[in-house]
Design a protein around this ligand. Structure first.
Ligand SMILES: [Zn+2]
Length: 280
C-alpha cells in the first residue's frame, strides 16, 4: 500500500530537487498506465481527477480506482482532486478516499480566495490529507486569458490559507498542444523568494521539457500538471488501434493497445522530473 498525501510527495521533492507529475486521468486505461509507468521507473505519481474526469465517472468510483492502483504498486501514489470549485465537491472527494484536494478560487478576489481555500485546507488537514490552492489565474488555450501571479499576493495567500502546495500563473496555459511557451523565470524567482510552500505549474504540457527539468532541479516548483500531452498519446494510440482492424468491435481489445504507448509516453514525462528511484 503506497497511498500518499500531496505533502508526502512534495516535501521530499522540494528538499531533493526534483518534481512530481500530476497526471490528469480520464479513465481506467490511462490511470493504470500512469501508475505502472511510475512503478517501472521508481517515481512517485499524482493521479488527478479534473472536472472532465468527474463528469465522466463519479468521485466515489475514482477514489476506489486510485486507491486500488496505489495498493498495486510500490511507489507513492496520491489520489488528488484537481480544480475543485465548491466546498461540497471537496468534501465529497475526501469522503471518497482522496488524499489531496485542490480548491480553485483563482477567479475570485484575493480575500475570498484565501478564506475559501483556508476552509478546504482545514477540512483536509483535519482529516490528515493535503490541500492545493491557486493564486493568480492560469488561462486556457483558445479560452480565458491568464492573470499572472503577484508575488506579494502569493506570499499572503501561502501564509493565510495554510495550503500544502500553491499553483501559480507564470506564463503557463492549460490545454496547450505544443511545448513552445516557456515560463516567466524571473516571476517564479520573485514568488519563491517570499514563500516556502511547494509551487505547482498547471498546464505543464505547454512547458518545454528542458525547462521542466531545470525548474524541478533548481526551483520550488515541485509539481507539474500534465494532461494534454498524455491525452494526445492516448488518442493517437486508440485511433491507430481502431483503424488497424475495421472488424474489431470489442472495446477491451481496442483499448488494450493504448497501454504500452501511454506507458512509454508517461515514463518519458516522469523521467524529466528527476526523482530518485523510490521503489520500496
Ligand atoms: Zn489546472
Amino acid at each position: 500500500m503506497t497511498l500518499a498525501t500531496l505533502a508526502d510527495v512534495l516535501q521530499p521533492a522540494l528538499k531533493g530537487n526534483y518534481a512530481v507529475g500530476g497526471l490528469v486521468t480520464l479513465g481506467w486505461e490511462d490511470m493504470r498506465a500512469y501508475a505502472y509507468a511510475a512503478q517501472s521507473i521508481g517515481a512517485p505519481v499524482i493521479l488527478q481527477a479534473g472536472p472532465g474526469c468527474r463528469e465522466h465517472t463519479p468521485l466515489p468510483i475514482l477514489g476506489k480506482m486510485y486507491r486500488h492502483l496505489a495498493a498495486e504498486v510500490d511507489v507513492p501514489v496520491v489520489a488528488h482532486l484537481d480544480h475543485g470549485y465548491t466546498f461540497d465537491e471537496c468534501s465529497k472527494a475526501l469522503d471518497s478516499g482522496f488524499t489531496s484536494l485542490m480548491y480553485d478560487g483563482s477567479r475570485k478576489p484575493l480575500n475570498q480566495n484565501i478564506d475559501e481555500t483556508a476552509r478546504i485546507a482545514e477540512l483536509a488537514n483535519a482529516a490528515g490529507i493535503s490541500c492545493e490552492g491557486e493564486i493568480g489565474f492560469v488561462g486556457y488555450a483558445n479560452g480565458e486569458n491568464s492573470a499572472g501571479t503577484d508575488p506579494d499576493e502569493a506570499a499572503q495567500f501561502a501564509r493565510e490559507s495554510g495550503v500544502d502546495a500553491m499553483a501559480i500563473s507564470v506564463g503557463n496555459v492549460h490545454l496547450q498542444q505544443d511545448k513552445e511557451g516557456g515560463l516567466d523565470l524571473p516571476r517564479i524567482q520573485a514568488i519563491e523568494a517570499v514563500t516556502s510552500v511547494p509551487l505547482v505549474i498547471h498546464g505543464g504540457s505547454g512547458v518545454p521539457v528542458a525547462q521542466r527539468t531545470l525548474l524541478a532541479q533548481t526551483s520550488k516548483v515541485c509539481k507539474f500538471n500534465i494532461g494534454t500531452e498524455l491525452r494526445m498519446a492516448f488518442g493517437a494510440a486508440l485511433r491507430a488501434s481502431v483503424n488497424s482492424d475495421p472488424d474489431q468491435f470489442d472495446r477491451a481489445v481496442l483499448l488494450k493497445a493504448t497501454h504500452d504507448p501511454v506507458m512509454t509516453a508517461t515514463q518519458s514525462v516522469l523521467r524529466a522530473f528527476g526523482a530518485p528511484d523510490l521503489r520500496g
